[in-house]
Design a protein around this ligand. Structure first.
Ligand code: PLP
Length: 403
């Protein structure tokens, strides 16, 4: 008897934790130390969880052993609602908030609740690949709109408009963006929202990096820009509060909910099917959202994340044939390999060869649904000295690399 994976998975891919990991694990088992620059997990790079969050969770633990409401505990949903009220969304109430085991679970539920087979979702290229994977798994079709590297990686609105069909149901906006680090100006967001308005699209706003901003970057909440549209905003504790392992996120529904009654019933049913999110992690939310936001000290000039972003960007651009648009937000640098200098035909092989030779694990651009094998992503989470050394090694590797 052979058990085969479902054919529903045949088009689903998730390369950030993809097959190269097996090789990295094997190298570690053989005694090598591997620098893992593939997953945006702050805890691996010496970032501590904010003390008040951990203490609150510990304090609440004796009362956190039961199931909670499927949408999450009231105190945490209240804290989330107040966060969005402070952005001008006065109408947001606790009933509009769903908590989840990370944004990932909520993305899965939100897409599954919407799509019929063959429905299309506009998703950026490059993207955070969960959006494409979940759309495909839900029977939908991921239609990628191009983000333009020569225009600071902003979405190309003409390309987006040309890809809308009568099957398009929703548009995904990832801002600040993973993997590019772009932070979109208001005009670009308004352009996307205008398309959503004209074509009756639901808007999925993945804003998990909304507080991880550098230089003069300003984050505009899509929900606040378009109170007349049905917008689902996703955010959580994994990045800003450096507690990715707690698995704690939220989703806020805004806009004319009378047009989404059936959808929201479906979403509520999916929320109840997973019973409830992990309860102790829900108690971290109120502590996180109130009080001092320690992320700002890390992203301001002189802060650790700021310094590391500068180092990664500068060092990548020093490698002949490599260029990188300066990230204005998030925790990544998405580097371009000039095909005239580095003719790479298979970027997964490139990533594997780099791993085997230099013991550094990065993610290939095609893993983010970028259509050509000419980019790779690194994290800006390691200490600046470690990034300096790692990127020097990537440069050395590239100088002798041919495919
Ligand atoms: N959305 C984006 C853009 C991300 O980069 C990530 C994680 O890297 C997630 C969502 C998932 O986050 P969570 O840990 O809340 O599931």
């Amino acid at each position: 008897m052979e058990f085969r994976q479902s054919s529903k998975l045949s088009e689903v891919c998730y390369e950030i934790r993809g097959p190269v990991i097996e090789h990295a694990n094997a190298l570690e088992e053989a005694g090598h130390s591997v620098l893992r620059l593939n997953t945006g997990n702050p805890a691996l790079f010496g970032f501590e969880a904010p003390e008040e969050i951990v203490q609150d969770m510990i304090r609440m633990l004796p009362q956190a052993h039961g199931y909670t409401d499927s949408r999450g505990v009231l105190s945490a949903r209240r804290a989330v609602a107040q966060r969005y009220q402070a952005l001008g969304l006065d109408e947001v109430s606790v009933d509009d908030v769903f908590l989840g085991n990370g944004v990932s679970e909520l993305v899965t539920m939100a897409v599954q609740a919407l799509l019929e087979d063959g429905d299309e979702v506009l998703i950026p290229a490059p993207d955070f690949p969960l959006w494409t994977a979940v759309t495909t798994l839900s029977g939908g079709k991921a239609v990628h709109y191009t983000c333009d590297e020569s225009a600071d990686w902003y979405p190309d609105l003409d390309d987006m408009a040309s890809k809308i069909t009568d099957r398009t149901k929703a548009v995904v906006i990832i801002n600040p963006n993973n993997p590019t680090g772009a932070v979109y100006p208001k005009e670009i967001l308004e352009g996307i929202l205008d398309l959503a308005r004209r074509h009756g699209l639901m808007v999925f706003a993945d804003e998990i990096y909304d507080q991880i901003l550098y230089d003069d970057a300003v984050h505009h909440s899509v929900a606040a820009l378009a109170p007349d549209l049905v917008v689902l905003t996703f955010c959580g504790l994994s990045k800003t509060y450096r507690v990715a392992g707690f698995r704690s996120g939220w989703l806020v529904v805004t806009g004319p909910q009378q047009h989404a009654k059936s959808y929201l019933e479906g979403l509520t049913m999916l929320a109840s099917m997973r019973l409830c999110p992990n309860a102790p992690a829900q108690y971290a939310i109120q502590a996180a959202l109130g009080g001092r936001q320690s992320i700002r000290e890390l992203t301001a000039p002189g802060g650790r994340l700021h310094e590391q972003r500068d180092m990664a960007w500068r060092k990548l651009n020093e490698i002949p044939g490599v260029s990188c648009v300066k990230p204005k937000g998030a925790l990544y640098a998405f580097a371009r390999l000039d095909p005239k200098v580095h003719a790479i035909h298979d970027d997964e092989k490139f990533v594997l060869d780099l791993l085997l030779q230099e013991k550094i694990q990065v993610v290939q651009g095609t893993g983010f649904n970028w259509p050509r094998p000419d980019h790779f992503r690194i994290l800006t989470l390691p200490y600046a000295d470690d990034l300096d050394a790692a990127i020097s090694r990537i440069g050395r590797f590239l100088s002798g690399y041919r495919q």
